[in-house]
Write a protein that binds this ligand. Structure first.
Ligand SMILES: O=C(O)Cc1cc(O)ccc1O
Ligand SMILES: [Fe+2]
Length: 427
């Protein structure tokens, strides 16, 4: 079946290309020519630089954007603690346990917005050391408050849409995240999330160190995996509002702070750079793609298990039994996952197999797959599992273990206690 991109409404006109240099102007002539910071920027705009890497980073890793805006971001009040959050558990203690864990589908609280509906499930490391990551479940039923924007100083957020639609207004333009799409919000970018199609739910990986990059090309060649043109970047779009009071909520070392300002943060008329890689990526168009950090060993990599043909001869086709030096957090956007075909691993649920925690197909899947006729088999459309994989130990929060009430206490027993030896000594 030919693969088509999701139709994108006119409001969201994207540029295509991952980690490419792009430029975008909402008013022609708003980008200065031949200079980043001219004495006077066009149309009386202020110039502001947003860096994604140290300015001394080598050219191929360097990420920065130049923004031309109505007022600079610095024009705001002092930050105060954001005390309004009753349910956020950022920075919660991480419990390290070697058990296999699995969660039933996470609930949606329709009363909360994006900020209040972010729940840290697992993580490792520390934002102040720019090391590690956080894994969140997001679930919300209402728009972020009017005139409120958020940004994270802690890391770059990879969002995996599972249910509903996120309409994300960012400083650099608008992006839409539908189920089966992912998006990346770079560190520091201000954004506001509204829900045009009702309640939403999904998964987030916040990377405290570095930036997501495309996988290295290997023996499968230069055209496989995720390609730069699969990724979409918003175009400049601005509001002109210097009379409304805005709240800017900052996630800073896992605590929330808020500052007020008398102008919209979404006033960037034009920008250029390599850094604004808000990604809106239809993962269905990739065969088996991932975005990872560092060649080979990832602080965090992202893998999908999409619809595909399985045609291998003389092969046990589901994942093998294994113990991995990497931690594996898996989620299911829709359908089934071929290693766990039963009811246990459901859409909007999750599983975690930590460093050296043994796992693999459940007993029923093993019996079926080891006796199956090896004809071509289609993992049908409508299936989409994914994995956040990390070389770090992933600790689990109290919310993940208890408060969410989704842990399946029988996961291990149900999956593997029925495995029987098939060993026969040769005569
Ligand atoms: O454990 C899992 O189900 C995920 C997984 C799939 C695969 O094909 C190879 C390794 C692996 O960890
Ligand atoms: Fe695995």
């Amino acid at each position: 079946m030919p693969v088509t991109k999701f139709e994108t409404p006119e409001k969201y006109k994207y540029l295509n290309g991952f980690a490419s240099f792009h430029e975008s102007e909402a008013i022609e002539g708003a980008l200065p020519i031949g200079a980043n910071s001219p004495q006077k920027a066009p149309f009386g705009l202020y110039t502001e630089k947003l860096s994604g890497t140290a300015f001394t980073a080598p050219r191929h890793e360097n990420l920065q954007s130049w923004l031309y805006r109505v007022l600079p971001s610095a024009a705001h009040s002092s930050f105060e603690p954001f005390t309004d959050v009753t349910t956020g558990n950022f920075g919660a203690k991480l419990n390290h346990i070697p058990n296999q864990l699995r969660w039933d589908p996470f609930d949606i609280d329709k009363e909360v917005d994006w900020i209040r509906g972010l729940k840290l499930a697992a993580g490792a490391g520390d934002p102040t050391m720019k090391s590690g990551l956080g894994i969140y479940i997001y679930a919300a039923g209402r728009d972020m408050d009017a005139n409120t924007a958020m940004y994270s100083s802690d890391g770059e957020m990879l969002i995996v849409g599972q249910h509903g639609v996120l309409d994300i207004q960012t400083e650099l333009g608008n992006i839409l995240v539908r189920p089966n799409e992912i998006a990346v919000l770079p560190r520091g970018i201000k954004y506001r999330v509204t829900l045009p199609a009702g309640p939403v739910r999904g998964y987030i990986l916040e990377l405290y160190q570095g930036n997501f990059i495309l996988p290295e090309l290997g023996p499968i060649g230069s055209n496989c995996l995720a390609n730069p043109r699969d990724f979409q970047i918003p175009q400049a779009k601005f509001d002109e509002d210097t009379s409304t009071t805005w709240s800017i909520v900052n996630k800073y070392n896992n605590e929330l702070f808020v500052a007020k300002q008398g102008h919209t943060p979404f006033d960037v008329v034009a920008w250029h750079g390599k850094h604004p890689k808000d990604i809106n990526y239809s993962i269905l168009i990739a065969k088996h793609s991932f975005v990872h950090q560092y060649s080979g060993t990832a602080i965090a990599d992202f893998v999908i298990f999409p619809p595909r043909w399985l045609v291998q001869e003389d092969t046990f086709r589901p994942p093998w039994y294994h113990r991995n030096t990497m931690s594996e957090f898996m989620g299911l956007v829709c359908g089934e996952y071929d290693a766990k075909a039963g009811k246990g691993f459901q859409a909007a649920g999750a599983s975690l197999h930590n460093v050296m925690t043994s796992h693999g197909p459940d007993a029923a899947t093993f019996e079926k797959a080891s006796n199956a006729e090896l004809k071509p088999h289609k993992v049908v459309d409508g299936n989409m599992a994914f994995m956040f994989e990390s070389c770090l130990f992933l600790g689990v929060t109290e919310w993940g273990l208890k408060t969410c009430q989704k842990i399946q206490p029988e996961y291990n027993q149900e999956s593997w206690s029925d495995l029987r030896p098939h060993f026969k000594r040769p005569e």
